[in-house]
Design a protein around this ligand. Sequence first.
Ligand SMILES: [Zn+2]
Length: 333
Amino acid sequence: MLNQETIQALPKVELHCHLDGSIQMATLEKLAKKENLPLAELKKAVAPKKCHDLKEYLASFDVVLPLLQSAENLQLAAYDLVEQAVRDNICYLEIRFAPLLHQKKGLAVPQIIQAVLTGIQAAQKEHEIHVNLLISAMRHHEEAANLELINSIKQLQADAVVGFDFAGDEQQVGNENIKNCTDSALAAGLKLTLHSGECGCPHNVVEAIHLGATRIGHGVAIKDSPDAMVQCKKNQTLLELCPTSNIQTNAISDWSEYPLRFFLKEGINCCINTDNRTVSQTNLVNEYSLLVKHCQLSFAEMKQLNLNAIEGSFAEEKVKQAVIEKIMTSYHN
Ligand SMILES: [Zn+2]
């Protein structure tokens, strides 16, 4: 039986975690004081336990973004997030964020990405964890701006920037509208993971696979589409499930409907993530504990979910092998 202590002690892998939604409250308070933002405002950084829809959930980011407009603050935020992951006993982490949301005070994209990388590197020097970075484009931004973003990433040539993502409201801008950008990202050598199937739209998952995504952010909507399930199975597409967030945004109505058991039974490749630690008031230990409670997750399944995560990660082969070895030696009864 998996208890909280066991879950805590086991090495874990996380692939879907947003920087802006995951800065711990103490750090947000520090940044708010520095930027003269009233501390009471920070309450809004936590989303209601049950949101009407994804849009209401995304509103929580509005209060955090004004605090992340300087290189120093971005660096602090990235450092803070890696430290939280270390407390979860995560040995491999992929952080994602959208550089174009951090230009309100005139920072250029390379400065923004570099600041986050500096924060990550500082934390990595102090802790045994490997961290890579994914760059998110926003669906509501102009295509030209997103293409320019990809160009900047290419020029930066940072080894730790390994993948590209689209986030935001997929009901407004679906995957049929982003092909130029995803083609350009793939041509720049970036791997693709796309937020899809979070708003009851399984066709977006199928479209994402056609665009070349090997991973899907959430993807839970495929549970109602045999065709989308077949596509995911055929391509071994990895679904980055974020249970608390999926229920909070109403992608899934409640725990009794959570499709993890169904996906495991059907052979759908998936892994477990937090999405937004602060917005959703969670961490990775908590996500696994909830799955034990509500979906009867077993020890062997937790091991498999973490192996799925590292195998589907965008890490280089050497890093993957080291993490797989760590999981194989740590998960024994
Ligand atoms: Zn997400």
